[in-house]
Design a protein around this ligand. Structure first.
Ligand SMILES: NC(=O)c1ccc[n+]([C@@H]2O[C@H](COP(=O)([O-])OP(=O)(O)OC[C@H]3O[C@@H](n4cnc5c(N)ncnc54)[C@H](O)[C@@H]3O)[C@@H](O)[C@H]2O)c1
Length: 398
């Protein structure tokens, strides 16, 4: 199948693109390389050295991979080129990773808030409008987040896959049941853009019958897949800084370099996780099982397990002999929350979840140890605060 992978130079997109090419799909990567530019602006680099997109594509062919092409394009700003690309390539599917994906970066200041909204909402809307204008029947597989459901209390309820069945009382005392989009409860500007994406998909699906699968993904951990391990030039990025580093990879990397694990707040926050290898596999499964024309937006919870942050820190500390440092929380969020998630859709499609296993955790620690000298310790603290109150707390002397 011909597939455009938007954001295919990024952390989730690159291993996904090579996996799809390996599975025999005809892949065109579309990326504006903004993530690499943000690294330059923030003065930080991926812990693992990453090759340029040109080197990556050459290396992929040299190890015998099915060739992929690259188009440098900003989907949020270059609508006409995006439309022309759809018309010339006539893809059957588009996998959409191309968004600013860090919650802390989205909360850094007004400029990053505005950039995140402009980039993410415009990009998704441009894609939908261009598909309609092209007249093509293209299946969109979008990477959303578990964060759209919110990290408040769900009172022990299981979070369904996108839709909630509700009972609506009528004036005569009778009730009818209806399936509605699960209410959203974004915890940052970044998460808010994902909830807006959800509405855009709902509308274009209803109005124009655009076929969409929206993947509500948990926090991705790990770094390489079997395919990106084939050559050093295929190595995936590993973010560890306070803005882009995600919690479990940060703990593993901190353990590797002897930096006390940074637990913000009580550690009672619960989050959903998925290993990069499963993330890649899920995208392929979603792509190969599209909704029918006229079917409503398919929503899958793309996660394999939930854990409390404090519990994860204790597990990593025990594994690698690290200390734990409890720090003020830069986020405005519940002290603790429950997160029970239904992920049956992928299990029924054949996903065999990779769960937190000491071997895989140790593998990430090994990667981090190998590149420890590339780490700038001054970039580890999380300094982007949700409000001025949180900013004061994190800057107060310990
Ligand atoms: N990494 C995670 O833990 C995680 C968890 C849940 C959901 N997701 C979602 O998965 C997607 C990919 O995340 P990631 O971790 O790979 O992020 P990333 O920042 O590494 O990759 C995103 C890629 O998209 C590109 N991009 C951004 N805006 C673009 C634009 N306007 N036009 C063209 N290209 C653009 C960037 O240059 C980058 O290569 C995001 O939408 C994110 O919200 C990620």
């Amino acid at each position: 199948m011909k597939v455009l992978v938007l954001g295919g130079d990024g952390f989730c997109g690159w291993p996904c693109a090579v996996n799809l090419a390996d599975a025999g799909h005809d892949v065109v990567i579309v990326d504006n390389l903004s993530r690499r530019k943000i690294d330059i602006d923030l003065g930080v680099e991926s812990l693992t050295p990453i090759a340029t997109i040109g080197e990556r594509l050459r290396a992929w062919e040299q190890v015998g991979g099915r060739p992929m092409r690259f188009v440098h394009l900003d989907i949020a700003q270059e609508y006409d080129r995006l439309l022309e690309l759809l018309r010339s390539e006539r893809p059957e599917a588009v996998v959409h990773f191309a968004e600013q994906r860090a919650a802390p970066y989205s909360m850094k200041n007004s400029a990053t808030k505005r950039y995140t909204v402009d980039n993410n909402v415009n990009g998704t809307h441009n894609l939908l409008a261009a598909i309609v204008e092209s007249g093509l029947d293209v299946h969109i597989v979008h990477l959303g987040t578990m964060g759209v459901y919110g990290y408040g209390s769900h009172r022990g309820a299981t979070i369904p896959e996108g839709y909630l069945t509700v009972e609506v009382p009528q004036p005569d005392g009778s009730r009818f049941t209806e399936k509605i989009l699960h209410p959203t409860d974004p915890g940052s500007v970044y998460h808010m853009t994902k909830t807006l994406d959800q509405l855009l998909f709902f509308y274009y699906n209803k109005n124009d019958a655009v076929r969409v699968t929206d993947l509500h993904q948990g926090i991705v951990w790990g770094t390489n897949t079997e395919l990106t391990d084939r050559d050093p030039r295929l190595t995936n990025r590993f973010d560890y800084d306070g803005d882009y580093g995600t919690v479990l990879n940060r703990f593993l990397m901190q353990a590797a370099i002897g930096y006390p694990l940074t637990v913000h707040g009580t550690g009672g926050q619960t989050r959903a996780f998925i290993h990069i290898r499963d993330s890649v596999r899920c995208v392929q499964l979603a792509l190969e099982h599209p909704p029918a024309r006229g079917e409503k937006v398919k929503i899958f919870n793309q996660m394999t397990e939930s854990h409390q942050i404090g519990e994860l820190a204790r597990k990593v500390a025990a594994l690698a002999g690290a200390a734990i440092n409890h720090l003020p929380n830069p986020r405005k969020e519940a002290l603790e929350n429950d997160l029970i998630v239904d992920n049956r859709c992928f299990i029924e499609l054949g996903l065999r979840p990779t769960t937190l296993d000491d071997g895989l955790l140790a593998e990430v620690v090994d990667v981090a140890r190998r590149w420890a000298d590339r780490c700038d310790r001054s970039r580890i603290p999380c300094l982007s605060a949700w409000t001025t109150r949180q900013a004061e707390a994190i800057r107060a002397p310990a």
